[in-house]
Design a protein around this ligand. Structure first.
Ligand code: AMP
Ligand code: GLY
Length: 425
């Protein structure tokens, strides 16, 4: 099979690495890719906003499957436009990608199908939104409805902060994404990520993970796209997975099918494990980044077989088996992240880190004069497996210490919740 992978981050490097291991693969292309992905795929410079140009490339290269990594192209309808040209795609339609593209859409679906989630209101003007905030009081959570690169959520501990967030949204802090706002009840509990592969009818559980969103050790400082992750999440017991499937994922699949937007692709449920059971924080309609990196390290199955089955509505015929090991990834970011990261610094020691047994996925790198340099905020994902999360953590940090990149930094406590649990057990 010829496959085109869309995207350029650490998530896509992990997908490329896993796809390249498939005996079914003839040729892998990636657009736009990065220097890490280039070890596995031929990079192509396509304008991803130009769906007709992507379709023409697919026809020219006899692409059998397009795998879409990030949410942007999905929400923009690349799946529909390629499928309309007879090209097979792993990834949801534009209508189904609303599960990520519109927080209000998802909340309304939860109401209609009795899916547990935070109580909420939806507003399209500041006056009504402010009145709701005043009535509900703090703490309270303000969310821009649309895609805001992970920055559209304010967990407000005070009324002033909440009102400021409402005003920010309606004054255009998130552009069109903030023209409509969801205001939610503040939930407490431990967070976990749960993944399913979906084919429109069937949802196949596809692993659990925990992410670390804050930039600093001890979960302090500003929010980021994720500073590290591990899988599985020990807090997600088989009973909780079963409950999540029954109360959250299955009604979602049914609801989407009933409204004529069956969901096919990756359904990524962000969960709050409250004392009243798992509640949905939000959906994403693609793999998590960096959660994908740890899932791919653990997956025993041929990824291409699974993605094909999902694209063809055949998921009942496959299963997902996992290595009996934990995986952990440490994100190395460029100093300044998540504000303005310094770009262009040279990274060395990648060979040494990989020789130690870790897998180093590239997230924001570029090739400059034959050297790997930092070109984004999150730059590398240093990933290792072990018999416990603690062992995977030791191996990942040992590899981090073999890198020579003074302009980079990472958190030193990725996996702390799971390691603490392991030590207590
Ligand atoms: P999201 O972008 O929706 O995943 O939200 C980012 C983060 O905000 C989540 O990972 C949670 O830590 C937090 N968050 C979102 N919604 C709520 C809520 N209703 N109650 C408490 N925390 C929340
Ligand atoms: N790491 C969180 C996300 O991919 O949305």
């Amino acid at each position: 099979m010829n496959v085109l992978l869309i995207g350029s981050g650490g998530r896509e490097h992990a997908l490329a690495w896993k796809l390249a291991a498939s005996p079914m693969l003839t040729k892998l292309y990636a657009a736009p890719g990065n220097p890490g992905i280039a070890q596995e795929a031929e990079l192509v410079a396509l304008d991803l906003a130009n769906h007709a140009a992507v379709a023409a490339f697919c026809k020219d290269k006899a692409i059998d499957l397009v795998v879409v990594g990030p949410e942007g192209p999905l929400v923009a309808g690349i799946g529909d436009d390629l499928r309309a040209q007879g090209i097979r795609v792993f990834g949801p339609s534009k209508a189904a990608a609303q599960l990520e593209g519109s927080k209000g859409f998802t909340k309304d679906l939860c109401t209609r199908y009795g899916i547990p989630t935070a109580a909420y209101g939806r507003f399209d003007n500041a006056a009504d939104a402010r009145a709701y905030v005043e009535k509900m009081g703090a703490p309270i959570v303000i969310k821009a409805d649309g895609l805001a690169a992970g920055k559209g959520v304010t967990v407000a501990m005070t009324l002033d902060e909440a009102l400021g967030a409402v005003d920010g949204c309606f004054e255009g802090a998130f552009g069109g994404a903030g023209a409509s706002v969801v205001i939610e009840e503040f939930m407490t509990g431990e967070e976990a990520s749960f993944f399913c592969l979906c084919d429109g009818k069937t949802a196949l559980p596809f692993g659990t993970a925990q992410d670390h969103k804050r930039v600093g050790d001890g979960d302090v400082g500003p929010n980021t796209g994720g500073m590290g992750a591990y899988s599985p999440a020990p807090v997600m017991t088989p009973e909780l997975i079963e409950q999540t499937m029954r109360e959250i994922v299955e009604p979602t699949m049914r609801g989407m099918a009933e409204m004529g937007a069956p969901f096919a692709g990756v359904l990524f449920a962000g969960l709050m494990l409250t004392d009243k059971g798992p509640k949905l924080i939000e959906y994403n309609t693609r793999f998590g980044d960096p959660e994908c990196q740890v899932l791919m390290m653990r997956l025993k199955e041929d990824l291409l077989v699974l993605l094909n089955a999902a694209a063809d509505g055949q998921l009942t015929h496959v299963s997902a088996r996992w290595r009996n090991e934990a995986a952990l990834t440490v994100v190395m970011a460029a100093k300044g992240y998540p504000g303005t990261p310094e770009k262009g610094s040279v990274i060395s020691g990648l060979d040494k880190a990989e020789a130690s047994g870790a897998q180093v996925f590239h997230a924001g790198t570029a090739m400059h004069e034959g050297k790997i340099v930092a070109s984004g905020g999150r730059v590398l994902n240093v990933t290792a497996t072990g018999l416990s999360v603690g062992e995977a953590q030791k191996k990942a940090y040992a590899a981090v210490d073999l890198l020579d990149w003074p302009e980079g930094f990472c958190r030193r406590d990725i996996g702390w919740r799971a390691v603490e649990r392991e030590q207590q057990a």
